[in-house]
Structure formats: C-alpha cells, structure tokens
Design a protein around this ligand. Structure first.
Ligand code: ADP
Length: 331
C-alpha cells in the first residue's frame, strides 16, 4: 500500500501476512492496490484482496477506472464538506449582519424621533412668526433631512429583516424635472460646501412619469450624493435627461475618480463599498427601487474621467403630447 501511495501506480502483489486484516481474517491469494486519483492528485489507495482467483482482479483498466471514480467521489465529499462549512460560516455572518443592522437602526430611531419632533415644533413657531425667515428655511431643511434619515433607517430595518428591499410603491404621475430639482435641492448644501457645481440639462423637458415620488427621488438622491461625495472639491456634476428608443434615461455624471470595469457590477451588491468608507447600501437600494419601477440602473465609467450613472424607465404612452413612463409595479 505504501508503494502505491508513493508511486501512484496500480500494483498487484501476493498477499502477505500483514494483509490478513482486510481479507476478513482468512488468507487471500493476491492483493491489488488501486490509486484513487482525482484531478491529477492522489487521494488515497483502495486495497482489494481476493481469496480465490478472480478475473476482475486482473482487469487493470477496470480497476484504474474504479480508482478514478472513487477518487472523484472522495474529492467531492471533501469539497462538499468544505462548502457546507463555508455556507454555515456565511449564514452565521449573515445573522450577525442582520442583528447588527437591526440594533443600529433601532438605536438610531429614538434620537431621530426627538430631532424630528423638536424641529417640527420649531418650524411651527417660525411659520407663525415669519414664514419667509432664513431661520424658518433652515429649520425646514432640518425637518426634511431628518425625515429622509428616518426613511433610510426604516429601509435599514427592512433590509435587515428580509435581506431584500421591496417596499410598497405609491404611484403618482409626476414631472421628471420636479423630481430632479427636488433631489438636487437636497444635495445642494453639500455641493456648495465643497465648492462643486451641478448642471441640469434635458432634451425631454416636460416629461411626466408614473412613479412613487419619494422612492424615485431616493434613487436620484442616492446617485447624486455619491457623485457629490466622490467628486473632489470644485468638481462638476451634471444631471441630464433624454429619451432613447422606448426609455427615459436620467444620467448623473461626475468628475470623480471613476469606477474600474471589475467593480461595475459589484457596486450594486448590498454592502459592497470597494476600498471606500460608507455602508455600501446606497446603490443596492437605488437598484431595487429602479427595478421595482420596471426600470434599470447601470454605470458607464472610465477609470480616469469620472462616473456616469444612468437610470432608465420604460416609456409607455404619451399624455397630451408628453411622454408618460410605464407605471411601477405596485405591490
Ligand atoms: P456607499 O454608501 O458606501 O457609498 P454605495 O452603494 O452608494 O455605498 O456605493 C458602493 C460603492 O460604489 C462605493 O463604496 C464606491 O466604491 C462606489 N461608488 C459609488 N458611486 C461612485 C461614484 N460616483 N464615483 C466613484 N465610486 C463610486
């Protein structure tokens, strides 16, 4: 047996006294040692002993084939065991991730609720005093930001629960230009703070779409806030809208570092964040929401010249000369 283990060759030897153990205690005539080979690697040795002369024992091709089949089976068992351990490990990590997410989101909820309540009370006071005051506008900004944040926290709770993000949509007919200017308005303070600029252009002005206003705005905000975050100070962001064949396409282009081809699919996976900081959820949420609207999202980017994120909704019909985009699948 050790000879076969050493040389990896099928060997036939007369049985020796030491072989008695596998002959069931009785004396055997011959023993054949078959190497068990899988993917060119010796996995073990099968030792066969016969008490009587047996033609099968001489058929070395058959025995070698048996060795290969058994070698593969052994290899598969080992791989299966490895995969099972890996799957168990992933399941455990997934549970830890879900626990972590639900703890974090619950911890965030309480202080957020106090911020919202306090800001809403302040806003009420400001509105009765002077609705146009700068203070009033700033407080309104806090209320808007806090309510967005509490929406995101709710999404986090949902993701930690289901691992899938499928909120119920409340569909409205909305002008795409309004959605874009609302979304731009939300990131504008951050853009201004970094001396960046945003341009909005459209070759399809007046297009109305049937979407869940808040949810679709969230897609645009997620794209815009990434563009703002990854674009260097004094950099430039462009939001453009066009109709192409049967779709309306909104593109958010930035002058940031761009995304390498190998990362272009990965960045839409939940929790993927390359070597950058962040939660890695923004694009995964944007993708789920775009798809819930029967749309699609992708990135066109070169490594050096910034990124271009595109979100497309299928065009369905026109209303009063204006394009109307397909209704989202309500759930
Ligand atoms: P995060 O909130 O961590 O940014 P996202 O899901 O929004 O998560 O993005 C995932 C990853 O995609 C980011 O960590 C970053 O590596 C990359 N990315 C997203 N947007 C851009 C962009 N405009 N420019 C460069 N890289 C980007």
């Amino acid at each position: 047996m050790s000879e076969t283990l050493r040389e990896g060759k099928l060997l036939t030897r007369p049985s020796t006294v030491g072989d008695d153990w596998f002959a069931g205690g009785g004396r055997s005539e011959r023993a054949v040692y078959v190497p068990l080979v899988s993917r060119g690697r010796l996995e073990g040795v099968l030792a066969i002993a016969a008490r009587t002369r047996n033609d099968h024992m001489r058929d070395h091709r058959l025995l070698s084939a048996l060795g290969v089949v058994l070698g593969l089976a052994l290899d598969n068992c080992r791989l299966y065991e490895g995969q099972r351990a890996h799957a168990q490990h992933l399941q455990q990590l997934n549970r830890m991730k879900s626990d972590f997410l639900s703890t974090v989101s619950h911890e965030l909820r309480t202080p957020l609720t106090s911020i919202m309540m306090a800001a809403e009370m302040l806003l009420e006071e400001e509105e009765t005093r002077d609705p146009q005051s700068t203070r009033g506008k700033l407080v309104a900004n806090i209320v808007r930001g806090a309510s967005r944040l509490s929406g995101l926290v709710k999404d986090l709770v949902n993701i930690s629960r289901d691992d899938e993000f499928k909120p119920r949509l409340e569909v409205d007919v909305v002008a795409i230009d309004d959605l874009i200017s609302n979304a731009v308005g939300i990131v504008q303070p951050l853009v201004g703070a970094k001396h960046q600029t945003i341009d909005i252009t459209s070759t399809a002005p007046g297009t109305v779409v049937r979407v869940d206003r808040l949810r679709f705005e969230q897609v645009l905000i997620n794209l815009l806030s990434n563009a703002q975050r990854y674009t260097p100070p004094a950099g430039h962001i462009t939001v453009s809208t066009r109709i192409d064949k049967r779709e309306i396409i909104v593109t958010v282009a930035d002058s940031g570092p761009g995304i390498s081809p190998s990362e272009r699919e990965l960045i839409f996976e939940p929790f993927y964040r390359g070597d950058r900081s962040g939660m890695g959820l923004g694009l995964a949420i944007a993708k789920s929401l775009a798809e819930l609207h029967n749309g699609r999202i992708w990135v066109e980017s070169s490594d050096r010249h910034g990124s271009e994120f595109c979100v497309a909704l299928p065009l369905q019909s026109t209303v009063g000369g204006r394009a109307l985009v397909a209704p989202a699948a309500t759930r």
